[in-house]
Design a protein around this ligand. Structure first.
Ligand code: PLP
Length: 387
């Protein structure tokens, strides 16, 4: 059975061009870029080329990019560096809808004595900017707010947030793991001090990420050891994956606008068709400011997990809530923060598309979802009453 993969916010396939580019560095060209000999030393140039490609995608300078092992490491490093840079300040601002990579790190810092404000969001998943401004005080060292949400796809007003923080000279970190490669980001035009990204969300392998640190921003390494990454992140470079990340960023940049149109077209078709064919369905999140590839839908009177299992029988991969927290039946913290009723949270499904999805795949989901929902509602005591 062919897999129809609509779970690209959880992870993506490695693009064939990316795999071709990285493969020689897993096989024959296995040297260490820090070596004096040509065999290893030649890899240094490849790492620097990759750095330039990552920088180009987000409008940064190559020396502003630090390679890491993943988005989580980039997020942790950024926040830790920020609080260490301003040691006399003990207040951190974040939001309730962040990924655990930020949320749990802030909780960890709270246990160490930092004061953390978790900003609320409205029904659309958007920040209340008045609440945000009011939460800033003399003790605030860093604000960490995500660029785009992994579950709802909602995009935060990053430009505005950056301006507010620049004026107040407060460090701004954004978790852009879901945004990079999906929407245009130009750091030359944004007041962002640190930005996290992750390879496996944009068709590079798992286990590689990057952290952008704006020139002039004080930085404290999180992983300490050798001199790699100019002493900003120790550990022998994951050369093949770094090269892969560079290639993935290059591909994303080349096709960004075309892909955005393609993905939005398919996502909107899927969403509109399901809303029409399945009664008591709704979209979760601000439809006017959303990633082009994501739709989060709630189907009343059914369980999201039951829908996923039925979809799975057709080889269709989607997600209920965040894939990173799946395995637990805890209702999504993002949808809860948005005030989505418990019954709707339980019936929520996220479809997240990529350039490798086809219209035929979308049509397949459009065809099989209505009978699945109907059948599951017949099994549910609440659903039966509604039929
Ligand atoms: N931030 C967001 C918004 C994410 O969606 C994810 C992964 O799902 C991460 C951070 C963590 O990235 P990684 O899996 O590379 O550690």
């Amino acid at each position: 059975m062919d897999v129809i993969y609509f779970d690209n916010n959880a992870t993506t396939n490695i693009a064939p061009e990316v795999l071709d580019e990285m493969f020689p560095y897993l096989k024959d060209l296995y040297g260490n870029p820090s070596s004096m000999h040509t065999f290893g030393g030649q890899l240094h140039k490849k790492v620097e080329e990759a750095r330039a490609k990552v920088a180009k995608l987000i409008g940064a300078e190559p020396e502003e990019i630090i390679f890491t092992s993943c988005g989580t490491e980039s997020d942790n490093t950024a926040i830790m560096s920020a609080v260490e840079s301003v040691p006399h300040k003990k207040h951190i601002i974040t939001s309730r809808v962040e990924h655990p990579a930020v949320l749990n790190f802030c909780k960890h810092l709270a246990r160490k004595g930092y004061r953390v404000t978790y900003l609320s969001v409205n029904k659309q998943g958007q920040l209340n900017m008045d609440e945000f401004i009011k939460s800033i005080d003399e003790d605030t060292s860093v604000v960490s707010l995500m660029y785009a949400n992994n579950e709802s796809g909602v995009i935060f007003p990053i430009t505005e947030i950056g301006e507010i923080l620049k004026e107040r000279k407060i460090l701004f970190h954004t978790d852009a793991v879901q945004a990079v490669g999906k929407i245009p980001i130009d750091l030359k035009k944004l007041s962002i001090d640190m930005l996290a990204l992750s390879g496996h969300k944009l068709h590079a392998p798992k286990g590689v990420g990057a952290l952008y640190v704006r020139k002039g921003t004080r930085f404290h390494p999180y992983i300490i050891g050798g001199h790699q990454e100019h002493g900003r992140r120790a550990g022998t470079e994951n050369v093949a994956s770094i090269i892969a990340l560079g290639k993935a960023c290059e591909l994303a940049g080349e096709n960004l606008y075309k892909e955005m149109t393609y993905l939005k077209g398919m996502r909107d078709k899927l969403e509109a068709a399901l809303l029409k064919s399945c009664p008591d369905a709704r979209v979760n999140g601000d439809v006017s400011r959303r990633l082009p590839n994501t739709t989060n839908l709630s189907f009343e009177y059914v369980e999201g997990e039951a829908i996923l299992l039925r979809l799975n029988e057709f080889g269709i991969c989607a997600s209920s809530g965040s894939a990173c927290t799946s395995g637990s039946l805890e209702p999504s913290h993002v949808l809860r923060a948005m005030g989505v009723p418990a019954t709707s949270i339980h019936g929520s499904i996220r479809f997240s598309l990529s350039r490798y999805n086809t219209e035929a795949e979308v049509d397949k989901v459009i065809e099989i979802m209505p009978p699945i929902i109907k059948e599951l509602r017949q099994l549910s005591p609440y659903g039966r009453e509604r039929l």
